[in-house]
Write a protein that binds this ligand. Structure first.
Ligand SMILES: *Cc1c(COP(=O)(O)O)cnc(C)c1O
Length: 297
């Protein structure tokens, strides 16, 4: 039996004076609604990995992430839902936060790992699980060809076409999947990635290996706000205003930066009038819990 569940990810229009003035129609694909915990792109990335684990008769998922990792939490919950054991290697010294609490609540065993050892995930895995035939390795963030395959399915769910699709990027696996989906459906849609890390051009190394065929896509590398997990008052203010005016919950680490970029590009007349734009809400709203003090509300 294959591992799957029925997902709900509608497309909603975002109304804003800016978009009206620019003659743009902007929509958001609500991958955040896929599941309360296994949310957004994380379920898409895990789906074929879990099926692969099952077909290899593995019973124990082992993966990696930072202390606020949406991927660790999604893996913990997916493992629980589909009857796997789970272990998460957490980068850095032992801490306790809301994300890790939820990981443990879902039965994940956490192993805190110093940054040096964390770098070589394969050897960490081999060292801890030598001669264990039950374990299945999942790379940090679910980065893999199978992860990209799951993400490409997003394109098949769209009943209308878009001139542009814009998405936040961490490892680039989600971007690669969506670009492959655009290729598969022979669409003219342009893909725009917003790297949430510094030196975003490096992301091409995360995207290109998973592309079915060489494709052009745009990276907007000026919206990292100082690096992964970094924010400033401008971004926080934008997130507050977006949530309060749309009722769509977003966090500032991924979707907040992506939407900030979209609004900023629109304000700079980047998109031609008449364009239809789809933003991907990749979920991860539990990340908000680690940022409460940044909001000063
Ligand atoms: C992990 C994550 C991303 C990044 O996805 P990649 O496939 O690693 O590029 C984007 N948004 C959210 C909310 C995430 O949790």
């Amino acid at each position: 039996m294959s591992i799957d569940f029925e997902i709900y990810s509608p497309v909603h229009q975002i109304h804003d004076k800016l978009f009206d003035e620019q003659g743009l129609k902007v929509f958001i694909k609500r991958d955040d609604l896929i599941h309360p915990i296994i949310s957004g792109n994380k379920w898409r990335k895990l789906k074929y990995l879990l099926n692969e684990a099952q077909s290899q008769n593995k019973t124990h998922l082992v993966t990696f992430g930072g202390a606020y990792s949406n991927h660790l939490l999604a893996t913990a919950a997916a493992a629980a839902k589909f009857g796997f054991k789970s272990t998460g290697f957490v980068r850095g010294e032992e801490v306790n936060n809301d994300t890790l609490f939820l990981c443990r609540l879902h039965g994940m065993n956490l192993k805190f790992t110093d940054r040096e050892s964390y770098r070589d995930k394969e050897s960490l895995f081999n060292k801890h699980f030598a001669n264990d035939n039950e374990v299945f390795f999942i790379d940090e963030g679910g980065s893999s060809a199978l992860g990209a395959k799951g993400c490409s399915e997003l394109m098949a769910e769209l009943s209308e076409t878009f001139d542009h699709i814009i998405c936040a990027c961490g490892t680039g696996t989600t971007a690669a999947g969506i670009i492959n989906g655009i290729t598969d459906h022979q669409l003219l849609t342009q893909f725009h990635g917003v790297p949430v890390l510094k030196n975003g051009e490096f992301l091409r190394k995360g995207i290109d290996p998973f592309l079915e065929k060489p494709s052009t896509y745009h990276l907007h590398t000026d919206y990292h706000f100082g690096g992964y997990g970094k924010v400033n008052d401008d971004l926080i203010c934008f997130v507050k205003q977006f949530v309060a005016s749309t009722g769509i919950l977003i966090e500032p680490i991924y979707t907040g930066k992506m939407l900030y970029a979209l609004y900023d590009l629109a304000a700079q007349n980047y998109f031609l009038p008449g364009s239809r734009i789809l933003a991907i809400h990749t979920g991860g709203i539990w990340g908000l819990l680690g940022m409460k003090d940044k909001f000063k509300i």
